[in-house]
Design a protein around this ligand. Structure first.
Ligand code: MN
Length: 154
């Protein structure tokens, strides 16, 4: 777990700095895991799925609206870990910063981890919009192989 990439990409001090949390890795592991999905109006609108895992938020950028029903598979690009405090973050990231634009909380809630290995995460979401069992499966699809996952409802 590391927030190095997260912190390196962002400017936390000085004029025009980001309003995002600098964050730190939480040492104790929560019993009740949480998730958030941000709707991020950056240069390209996307959704950021973030799952609390080992003291950070494991994050995936989803280019299309996350599926509330079965039968829709979304590409999910694995991105850098975010600090847990990002779970409540929303606002407008100022121009000139990484990911500049409006960030809204699209959905959030608790989740349960059902199964996990290096290529697969099965989890049950208890959100307002997304409820039930979901899968993240690593795929070789796309140019950035190794970062591409599929996100869908089971
Ligand atoms: Mn984003």
């Amino acid at each position: 777990m590391s927030l190095k990439t997260y912190q390196k990409k962002r400017k936390f001090v000085g004029k025009g700095k980001t309003i995002e949390p600098k964050g730190e890795i939480k040492k104790s592991i929560s019993k009740q895991l949480r998730f958030v999905i941000h709707e991020h109006h950056a240069s390209h609108l996307h959704w950021d799925l973030r799952l609390e895992m080992n003291g950070v938020l494991k994050s995936w950028a989803v280019p299309k609206v996350p599926p509330a029903t079965k039968g829709i598979k979304r590409l999910a690009m694995h991105v850098e870990d975010h600090p847990l405090s990002y779970i409540n973050f929303h606002g407008v990231i100022p121009e000139g910063n990484y990911g500049a634009g409006k960030v809204l909380i699209w959905d959030k809630g608790k989740y349960n981890l059902v199964e996990q290995n290096s290529n697969k995460i099965i989890f049950e979401l208890h959100g307002k919009k997304l409820k039930g069992k979901y899968a993240l499966i690593k795929t070789s699809y796309g140019a950035k192989s190794g970062k591409s996952w599929l996100f869908f409802k089971l």
